[in-house]
Design a binder for this molecule. Sequence first.
Ligand code: ZN
Length: 238
Amino acid sequence: MTRVWVGALMVTLMCLMPLAAAPAADRVGPPNVTADAPKSALASAGEPARAKVVRHVDTRDPVAFLTIDDGIHRTAAAAEVLDGIPATFFLNSGPVTAGKDYWSALGHPIQAHTIRHPTLTRLDAQGQREEVCGNAARISKFTGKPVWMLRPPYGVFNATTQHVAAGCGIDYIVMWDAIAENGRMQYGRGGGMTPGTIILLHFTPRLADDLRMALAAMRKAGLQPGDLTEYLPARSTR
Ligand SMILES: [Zn+2]
């Protein structure tokens, strides 16, 4: 079963993208994630549960991942680009509430980004718990779906974050290895766009342009947008 997303726009993109036009069947689909010990196994080994940090998805599939943060600016132009394209949103609680109609119309998965966007390492465990778990609960209530990924504000977290997040069902702290912002692509250590690259974007007034830029960079690398929720599925049983 192919899980590589195919939609109207990607059909167009794939016509321009011979490398990815016909991926071999055995290269398509989410990775086998069973190598990761489930939380129960970690606990039985005497280690407290903690969310796993992911900066790049381990896959050879021709996919990269759009992740879009905050949710403050919600433009019609960005919605048009995002229509039918997989992307994961990491939203603060205020924008979740303020943009209900926008998020509902798009239908993309929404994951956690804290209630108020603090620097988590400046908070004690209880403060971090309120920010992370409160935001996750708010999102779950809105979407009716589980929340199992956290993007920490500014990409700043510590071991306490990993523990408190795991305590409210967060399996992954999702970082990134590429940034698409203000008309410029930036790549982390290792260079360019490769299979499994996680791209950070923000809901800014110019998100539509940044999305087009990121999609063009993917296309140039022979990649297409993948669904992060399929490649990093929830590890816990819920
Ligand atoms: Zn943010």
